[in-house]
Design a binder for this molecule. Sequence first.
Ligand code: MN
Length: 227
Amino acid sequence: MGYVVPPPAVISLPIRGSEKRFPVRRIYCVGRNYAAHAVEMGHDPDREPPFFFQKNPDNLVQDGRFPYPRRSRDVHHEIELVVALGEGGSDIAPEHALGHVFGYAVGIDMTRRDLQGEAKQAGRPWEVGKAFEHSALCGELVPARAIGHPERGAIWLDVNGERRQEGDLDQLIWKVPEVIAELSRLFALAPGDLIMTGTPAGVGAVVRGDVMRGGVAGIGEITFEVV
Ligand code: MN
């Protein structure tokens, strides 16, 4: 049996210390998961809990270059802790959730803020602002068996050597186990799913030529040039 068009390639991430790669099934993202970022976007974190949206697996970029997207004049960086699931499930209890984690990575949720803003105002979906080509920047995965499950530690992003975003994993409103538990009540999670867990305060625009360098303590750093 053949296919009538070429089947899409398996999207995958490299794994530190391994020849094998991590195949990516879905990319879930958490919105407004740090109070200071919710406030900078004009929301009250005490009244509006975090929520989910998605990107597409083939939006992932790993090569250190972020092509500035079409149809936008206001493209923002959002540095995030990325969780990779090695096991799936539905209705996962928070106390069992970390057992489903394969590992962690540093990622940047690139956002066409102008198009996202128009969508928000019109009550429309966010895909045009969030799920565009090359919008999911991600470094190598680090297995949890090597580093454990980070609960605190700096998360930061510099643009051209200047600090733009700074926070700590202990500021997450929904911690990683709660994110997994919440998601698993809404979707059937599976091995290969990635979760971008939200961004701390300090999001801002980039232009071509900018160099974004970001990291999460205990996981690593990534560098991307805007081209
Ligand atoms: Mn984000």
